[in-house]
Design a protein around this ligand. Structure first.
Ligand code: WTA
Length: 648
């Protein structure tokens, strides 16, 4: 194996870091050898109405999975994010909102955040929302998205944020799965100079009584666009909160009360409603935010994610706010109006730590050094990466062009289900190797297993599992605990299975190799092949479809679809376009197929199971590595597919 380039810890970081190597080792060792004592002490990072005395009560048994942390503790998430800062930092900026259009901006202090959140919390109460009720949030990247989440948390309602890029069907599915009572949205969203018809999408989702649990839609007037109005359901945000006060007593919540549901794609079936609870989630996100970003009280932090994903929940709302941080909240995209936008925003707000995704980095890298041209990036101290494996070339570009060869990069591996960052370098403690997420955070015990369930030791490659529970672990799949157990705890009894593959090197550094199941990672967005396939076959001209990922320069993975049209249907460019548009509308623009290959038949086993392994190889143009094809019902299908493949 080739020796990897190493990047030592910069001297400037050594002077200010919260944790050096020795401190990391000591804390890590304690977190593993005595989790009770470790987490009992860390729990002091939060403010509790009732401090927990029972710390960890977790079982990953076969057939029985029960995860409880701090179970007798009582607290409120919105209190921890806002109220506790008011005594000393009421005037500190919590959110520097930067609009899609340069020049549009607004600063929100902790005091204002308190006022806005309380008003909306009171407004939701007026609509009858109570502790435990679910509230769907379908919002663009404006501060009101954070207000909405925190208002729910304040009154003990469970928020379920639906990414603003999802289409009406996907919205309806998520509302119905969680029986949401209210949905909060805006007239439109804005992205890269275009408008996104959020309210219209909600109208379509609710049409014809499709979402019977919804009693009201709260609508923020953002662009002022004309929208249809249903007096029985719709209520303007401003009008709702007009007569509400800016004071709202936080609801006292048990540590194990649910804080939110977030839907995520799995390898089979419909998206799962991953449930996170209050105490453990808040503590772990607060702590990872502090140490992973080596947070200093005057820092300006910027995460470019969207609140519709877990990164937006943990590292744009809960983690930074619990720490009382000032952060940039960005409505737009990295290359609008041009590819210098990220660098310009860094310069404007003097950003100290920037957290973004490899797909954004690769898109900028395609423009050479231009994305940083003429911009002052000297404020940056630390860079972060999340969402997909970062290839060493992108890492090097990020380090050189945005990091000016000065800033360490924390490549953070984690998942919706893990709630917070699991494997990551710490800027002051970890020598970096481009492409490696390096070492576990406190309390995390990663291991590698082979296909037979045997644990692999030393430098090795296998399936990544976590051997013991950590505070921000998902507790269940909403309404389906059985599915939770089957998905994460049945492959390897007694441990949590991540669905990712990884390699551990001679320094015990982890290198995440990507999903080992049928989950795609397209531009850092997690998509299930099953969801895209079911959208495809819902089209009247499609008999059968199989979806696989293939290597894509910018997106990481592209979506490759094999389609068998119905008899008598002409398979041509027009149909290809029709199917692409169909998936956009049925599911989401992010799920739009990149390539559609017509196929008379798909490779199947004699029992009728599609052999995706073979389809993946053909799509990746690795047809000389098909492996064992002896179990195919009709091997000639494969030759045809290879002859007609699109990636020649
Ligand atoms: C992938 C996003 C390599 C991985 C926080 C995981 C990564 C899935 C990294 C979860 C990383 C995330 N290196 N792969 N640093 N971060 N992934 O639930 O495959 O949207 O299982 O959570 O993204 O995606 P999710």
């Amino acid at each position: 194996m080739t020796a990897h380039k190493r990047y030592p810890i910069p001297d400037a970081i050594k002077d200010t870091t919260l944790l050096n190597e020795e401190q990391y080792q000591a804390m890590y060792n304690q977190s593993i050898s005595d989790p009770e004592a470790f987490w009992a002490e860390q729990a002091g990072m939060l403010e509790w109405y009732q401090a927990p005395t029972k710390i960890k009560n977790t079982r990953f048994g076969e057939g029985e999975v029960s995860i409880k942390w701090f179970e007798d503790g009582e607290l409120n998430a919105s209190y921890n994010c806002i109220d506790r800062h008011l005594a000393d930092n009421a005037k500190k900026t919590a959110i520097h909102w930067e609009g899609d259009t340069p020049g549009e901006a607004e600063a929100i202090t902790y005091q204002q955040l308190h006022y806005e959140v309380c008003k909306l919390a009171n407004g939701l109460k007026k609509l009858g929302v109570k502790k435990g009720d679910r509230v769907a949030i379908y919002m663009p990247m404006v501060p009101q998205a954070a207000y909405a989440m925190l208002a729910c948390a304040r009154i003990g309602a469970v928020h379920s944020v639906i990414f603003g890029g999802f289409s009406p069907n996907a919205i309806a599915d998520r509302i119905n799965d969680s029986d949401a009572k209210v949905i909060i949205t805006s007239d439109e969203g804005r992205r890269a100079g275009r408008s996104v018809p959020l309210k219209t999408n909600v109208d379509k989702a609710l049409a014809d009584g499709a979402c019977p649990s919804i009693t009201n839609a709260v609508v923020l007037k953002l662009t002022g666009a004309d929208v249809d109005w249903n007096d029985d359901v719709d209520v303007w945000w401003d009008e709702l909160v007009d007569d509400c006060t800016g004071q709202c007593e936080p609801e006292v919540m048990n540590a194990e009360d649910p804080l939110f549901i977030l839907y995520t794609s799995g390898s089979t079936g419909t998206p799962k409603g991953v449930v996170h609870t209050t105490g453990g989630y808040l503590l772990y996100t607060a702590m990872t935010f502090k140490y992973v970003f080596d947070y200093q009280p005057d820092d300006i932090y910027w995460c470019t994610a969207d609140v519709g994903w877990i990164t937006g929940h943990s590292y744009m709302v809960y983690g930074p706010l619990i720490n009382g941080a000032s952060q940039v909240f960005f409505e737009g995209v990295p290359n609008y109006p041009d590819v210098r936008r990220i660098a310009q925003v860094v310069e404007k707000y003097k950003v100290n730590s920037l957290y973004t995704a490899p797909t954004a980095i690769r898109a900028l890298m395609a423009h050479g050094d231009k994305p940083a041209e003429g911009c002052d990036l000297s404020s940056l101290r630390l860079l972060g990466s999340v969402g997909e494996p970062i290839n060493p070339e992108a890492w090097e570009w990020y380090h050189r062009v945005l990091g000016e060869n000065r800033c360490p990069i924390v490549d953070t591996w984690w998942q919706t289900e893990t709630g917070g960052i699991m494997i990551t370098p710490l800027a002051g403690a970890t020598e970096l190797k481009p492409g490696s997420a390096t070492r576990p955070f406190f309390g995390i015990e990663p291991a590698l297993f082979d296909a037979d369930g045997k644990e692999l030791e030393g430098a090795n490659e296998g399936n990544l599992v976590i051997k013991n529970s950590w505070p921000s672990q998902a507790r269940t799949v909403y309404g389906d605990h059985e599915r939770f157990i089957n998905t994460y705890f049945s492959t390897y009894p007694g441990v949590y299975f991540t669905g990712d593959g990884a390699r551990r090197d001679e320094d015990d550094y982890f290198w995440i190799t990507g999903r080992v199941d049928d989950v795609l990672n397209v531009s850092g967005h997690r998509l299930g092949t099953a969801e895209i396939e079911s959208a495809m076959v819902a089209h009247s001209k499609v008999a059968e479809a199989a979806v696989v990922g293939y290597p894509h320069d910018i997106k990481g993975q592209g979506i490759y679809v094999y389609v068998t049209p119905n008899d008598g249907v002409t398979a041509d460019e027009a149909l290809s376009k029709e199917l692409r548009d169909w998936v956009r509308n049925e599911l989401s623009p992010i799920a739009t197929p990149d390539k559609i290959q017509w196929s008379e038949g798909l490779p199947k086993t004699r029992s009728g199971k599609i052999m995706r392994r073979i389809l993946r190889k053909i799509a990746a143009n690795e047809h000389d590595q098909l492996g064992d094809t002896s179990t195919l019902a009709d091997p000639s299908v494969v030759d045809k597919l290879i002859a007609e493949r699109l990636n020649k």
